[in-house]
Design a protein. Sequence first.
Length: 332
Amino acid sequence: MKNILVTGGLGYIGSHTVIELIAHGYNPVIIDDLSNTSLDVLKKLEEISAQSIKFYQADVNSETELTRIFSESDIHAVIHFAAFKAVGESVNEPLKYYRNNIGGLISLLQVMKSFEVKNIVFSSSCTVYGEPDHSPVDELAQIKKANSPYGNTKQIGEEILSDCQFLNTVALRYFNPIGAHASAKIGELPLGVPNNLVPFITQTAAGIREKITVFGNDYNTKDGTCVRDYIHVVDLANAHVKALDYIRQHPDNHFEVFNIGTGNGLTVLEIIQAFERVNQLKLNYTIGGRRAGDVEKVWADNQKADTVLGWKANIGLDEMVRSAWAWQQQLQ
Ligand code: UD1
């Protein structure tokens, strides 16, 4: 069974990916520094998969710790999730983002090189497109100057990987993952006040927040609110399994990038309405001003993922908002 090192494997996308890896015959080895998650997630992963999972509490910035971990397991490939992701925070604390997201990647690649591990799946983001000239946006679209240090770390990360000729890289450009595992044992666990839309919605529905503010209804979209491509996190997790399969089947590949989205654009109000309809509740929301740095509309052209990776999103919007609420409810 192939060992897959999963950095940030106790985070939101990482934890769902660990479950899908096990279901598809891979053996995950998790590294997480617990900076934005808790050890309880490991327990839940072991409950869902009914097996024990190798875990290291370690920081990807430490080459010493990484060296120890690589020497203890024969690693076939790395899935690199471990990174900070709060856009607003990255504007205020750019060095924190460059140190962790870029420094961590470089440390990891150094150690991979010395152990002759060349296979890597990288967590990139649709943020690399900035405000695209048109949507759906495909992988050949122009990469514009990032509108935040966070976005820049994803652009630079892709460039570093593509410059490292020894690697076989698949970079996945995620659109907006939402929802939770069907068991409701794992999901998105924001620390403090959530930045992202769906955790804010579920916390408002749960009474933790008084109301949610929709950031602007004067955009050039069908109802004036921003459009995103929301994708179920389990579908996104499965894209990583497909990426590993692709790397195995194309050992001489060097660098490939794929959009991972459903191909459907939805407005903020459409998400709120779906959440209310499916979960049969009313959400307290108001319309506020625009959030600085927000993109008006972006959704994926996912043809390449379909034809080259053999990956498609299968889970619909109703299950996304149902599972998000089921997860929130069991947190209380
Ligand atoms: C952004 C980045 C994405 C990054 C993610 C990490 C872009 C295009 N996307 O996602 O790459 O991985 O952050 O956190 O830069 N909204 C409200 N009220 C709220 C919260 C959000 O109306 O309280 C709206 C936003 O204005 C936006 C939509 O909901 O239109 C989605 O917001 P969010 O969940 O924060 O994701 P992005 O900003 O798309």
